[in-house]
Design a protein around this ligand. Structure first.
Ligand code: NOJ
Ligand code: CA
Length: 528
């Protein structure tokens, strides 16, 4: 386990929307390099870049056409290398997005695979043995696309053909379902490592793996896919022990024993992540809500077992948002609400990922036409808002030539305005990151025990611990003040407030009471 991950705070950059250095209307690598001082001052320790490789961009770059080359619209391989080096000089590591499960239909491998005659790539994708054959599983196929007499299995959109990692339980009546040990899947696995090696050698610090659980088909419980990743991990441990693997699997109890250092809590399948910040169903209130009707229980009921299942082996990764999940955290929340949200995100025992712009409370921009396969997701992908200059400082291009329009709201948040405002969410996030980094108890691997999670109007209080250190966190997202008596032992020594409400903890008849005003939090060192 690379030691740096334990205390890491990640920042996710959607490259097309972060900063445009050459004025063509789209974000680029030089633009990211120019904003490294901002990221260093924010205090984050690592960056995750969404795919930045050659692509027809029908799914924003998740349709890769050359895994070894940076998309010209973002720059060159040299620029990416320069970014790795400049980031390191600012104390930041950079992980890339590894789209392991599929390629673009325009990838040369797939084009070769489409030929009627057999060739070196015929078995690199999952093909049935005739255009009249369905997959035989609950799995769509694309029929009639190629000269080849067969249908291919798409992994996501139709133009993202699934690479062939084989079937965990190949159906003997369908010999085109190859076992994972067949030559095609073996060659694809070797290529996957070659891609990883290429970028690690150039300075990448690891990968966020797209749809990591999707590789081996008909794989109940993800067992064969996990075995595949364990092999990758064993190799990494030997060859690149500092590199991290973070999965988009959304099943940490499988992904972490399967070799990933961390797995994201995401909206798929499970309601826990959504229940914190977003409405799971129209009738539900998220925990972070002014009404005070939100409950922390649904989150804890999911989180605690996952924590137990991954403890000592890896971490949970908790994002403020991402390029797929809407609405943005900042939608419908002001600076105070957001400070409470970040107090939670940055003090839970998980690796926090801040989605670009969430640290200033950027809001979803609804009603945009779909861009590059974004559909509803387009709302959370608009350009970063830097300052009050044209295009919010994102680009010098004419507004009509921007990749996506800037949030038109007259009161849209910007970095520059929040730098100057001590009550801004940006300042709160900076403070909270600094506190997290200064205290091992707050790291992803520190101890975690809920102290008060009763719900109602009571604050949510928990303890974080590390050898020689105990920290108490108390949250009140509701619009009314709240107070509660703390159980004996919750506060071991005289408390020292590290962030948030200075008067949150008071001594009372031999015990301690927590008292929070409306929409407030406190992080306090409380002895050992
Ligand atoms: C998950 C990515 O986050 C999403 O943006 C993409 O469309 C799919 N995987 C397909 O690669
Ligand atoms: Ca550009």
């Amino acid at each position: 386990m690379p030691a740096w991950l334990e205390s890491a705070v990640f920042y996710q950059i959607y490259p097309q929307s972060f900063r445009d250095a050459n004025g063509d209307g789209i974000g680029d690598l030089r633009g990211i390099i120019s904003r490294l001082p901002y990221l260093r001052d924010l205090g984050v320790t690592a960056l995750w870049l969404n795919p930045c490789f050659v692509s027809p961009f029908r799914d924003a770059g998740y349709d890769v056409a050359d895994f070894y080359r940076v998309a010209p619209r973002y720059g060159t391989n040299r620029d990416l290398r320069a970014l790795f080096a400049a980031a390191r000089a600012h104390g930041l590591r950079v992980i890339l997005d590894l789209v392991a499960g599929h390629t673009s239909n325009e990838h040369p491998w797939f084009r070769e695979s489409c030929r009627a005659e057999r060739d070196a790539r015929s078995d690199w994708y999952v093909w049935t043995d005739s255009v009249w054959t369905r997959s035989g599983l609950d799995q769509p196929v694309v029929a009639g696309y190629a000269a080849r007499n067969g249908n291919y299995v798409p992994n996501f959109f139709w133009f993202q053909p699934a690479l062939n990692y084989g079937y965990a339980r190949p159906d003997p009546r369908r010999p085109w379902q190859q076992p994972a040990g067949a030559p095609g899947p073996r060659a694809v696995r070797a290529e996957l490592r070659a891609i990883m090696r290429h970028w690690l050698d150039l300075g990448a610090a690891g990968f966020r793996v797209d749809m990591a659980g999707s590789l081996v088909k008909n794989d109940p419980g993800g067992r064969a896919t996990a075995a595949l990743w364990r092999g990758v991990r064993a190799w990494l441990d030997r060859a690149y022990p500092e590199a991290v693997l973070v999965s988009e699997w959304s099943d940490p109890a499988v992904a972490v024993p399967g070799g990933f250092h961390a797995d994201f809590l995401l909206p798929f399948n499970k309601p826990g992540f959504t229940s914190l910040f977003r409405r799971t169903r129209p009738a539900d209130t998220p925990y972070l809500d002014r009404s005070g009707r939100g409950r922390i229980r649904p989150f804890l009921e999911e989180f605690l077992p996952l924590l137990a299942a991954t403890r000592g082996r890896g971490f949970l990764a908790l994002p403020s948002g991402n390029h797929d999940a809407g609405p943005r955290l900042g939608t419908g929340r002001d600076a105070r609400d957001l400070a409470v949200a970040f107090a939670l995100l940055l003090t839970l025992p998980a690796v926090p990922f801040i989605y670009y712009g969430d640290e200033i409370g950027m809001r979803s921009v609804e009603g945009l036409p779909s861009k590059e396969g974004g559909y509803a997701r387009t709302a959370v992908r608009t350009p970063m808002q830097w300052d009050a200059s044209p295009n919010a400082g994102f680009s010098a291009a004419p507004a009509g030539r921007l990749y996506l329009p800037i949030d038109p709201a007259p009161d849209r948040p910007t970095v520059a305005a929040q730098e100057a405002d001590p009550a801004s969410v940006l300042q709160a996030v900076r403070r909270l990151i600094a506190v997290r980094r200064a205290h091992p108890a707050l790291g992803a691997g520190g101890g975690f025990a809920p102290v008060l999670a009763t719900g109602g109007r009571a604050p949510f209080v928990y303890r974080r611990t590390a050898p020689g250190e105990a920290i108490l966190v108390a949250l009140n997202p509701g619009g009314k003040p709240c107070t509660a008596r703390l159980p004996r032992g919750a506060v071991a020594g005289p408390p020292r407030i590290l962030a948030g409400e200075p008067g949150a903890l008071r001594r009372e008849r031999g015990g301690w009471r927590v008292r929070l005003p409306a929409i407030a939090y406190a992080v306090a060192a409380t002895g050992r």
